[in-house]
Design a protein around this ligand. Structure first.
Ligand SMILES: [Zn+2]
Length: 231
């Protein structure tokens, strides 16, 4: 996904603002609302902070608040929206039963503002949406997928198959790495370090805004192939 971050210096706060436009056979306002609740809750519970250099040259910690909204639109409407989009707040996600990759994905490259998600991923009742949101803001999977030393819940960007403490496994009773002995994704939580990583190396404009992610502006068909527009 993509998003726009802006500085509220009166509140010592950075707000990450985005709008997810859902379309496809399974896109309903109810599901859309659940998905953005999952994302907002996960990212706000992490209570991320970043250092902002103020006009007087001092660095101050600013809390990072996520304000993600949703809307549902028809497939016809989404073509018009996508073709004219220049705003990094806007993301377009198709929700279907299945696709050619057999999994929910965000489009093109890390940071793209389009996706094709599967209803079978328990969207809005799991951690899939929050994980995909992290990818779209430029986060990759951690290099270390053996987190057995970690007391805290696995980070949101931990991929399926990650080794974890037994209490975070599908089956706590089995040996790590055996069947059922990997991370159950529901235990993933956004951690403050992941929020810092979203902003690493980024520079806000003079007006205090920052575009995050990439506009790929594609529309997907039912099984996840992109339509290419003739311009
Ligand atoms: Zn991933």
């Amino acid at each position: 996904m993509s998003a726009v971050a802006f500085i509220r210096s009166d509140l010592n706060e950075v707000v990450v603002s985005a709008k997810l436009w859902f379309y496809g056979s399974f896109a309903t306002p109810d599901l859309a609302g659940k998905i953005v609740d999952e994302i907002n809750n996960q990212y706000n519970e992490a209570q991320g902070r970043i250092l902002i250099r103020e006009a007087n040259g001092n660095q101050s910690p600013y809390s990072v608040r996520f304000d993600i909204e949703s809307a549902t639109v028809s497939v016809d409407e989404v073509f018009n929206l996508v073709q004219s989009n220049t705003d990094y707040r806007n993301n377009y996600i198709r929700i279907e039963q299945d696709n050619f990759l057999k999994r929910s994905f965000m489009g093109n490259t890390l940071g793209g503002n389009v996706g094709h998600w599967l209803i079978s991923d328990n969207l809005g009742e799991s951690t899939t949406a929050a994980h995909e949101f992290g990818h779209s803001l430029g986060l990759d999977h951690p290099a270390d997928v053996d987190l057995r030393d970690r007391e805290l819940p696995p980070p949101i960007m931990a991929p399926r198959g990650t080794l974890v403490r037994s209490r975070f496994q599908w089956n706590p009773a089995v040996i790590a790495g055996e069947f059922g002995g990997t991370m159950k994704p529901i235990y993933r939580k956004v951690c403050a370090e992941e929020i810092e990583m979203i902003f690493a190396g980024q520079v806000f404009s003079e007006e205090g805004t920052l575009n995050l992610g990439i506009l790929s502006n594609l529309v997907y068909d039912e099984v996840g192939n992109p339509y290419y527009f003739i311009v």
